[in-house]
Unconditional design. Structure first.
Length: 73
């Protein structure tokens, strides 16, 4: 999970076993490789679940946000 400066979070699930390249608290930049997609957890084949969200102000859960892609992949 990454906490962004604007208060949003992004979550990456089913990463490769030992495939995370960053450490807790580390600053990352746009375009930096942070991990490799894998097949961990409840998963039948390698893939990535990606979500952007913001915690609700009342402390009860979160709301997912629409993702706007920029540039090439």
């Amino acid at each position: 999970m990454i906490r962004h400066a604007n208060g949003e979070f992004s979550q990456y699930s089913h990463l490769r076993y030992k495939g995370v390249l960053v450490k807790k608290g580390q600053h990352v930049s746009t375009g930096e490789i942070i991990a490799y997609s894998g097949n961990t957890g409840w998963s039948l084949e390698p893939h990535l679940h990606f979500m952007v969200f913001k915690f609700r102000k009342n402390g009860k859960g979160f709301r997912t946000l629409k993702v706007r892609w920029k540039g090439e992949f």
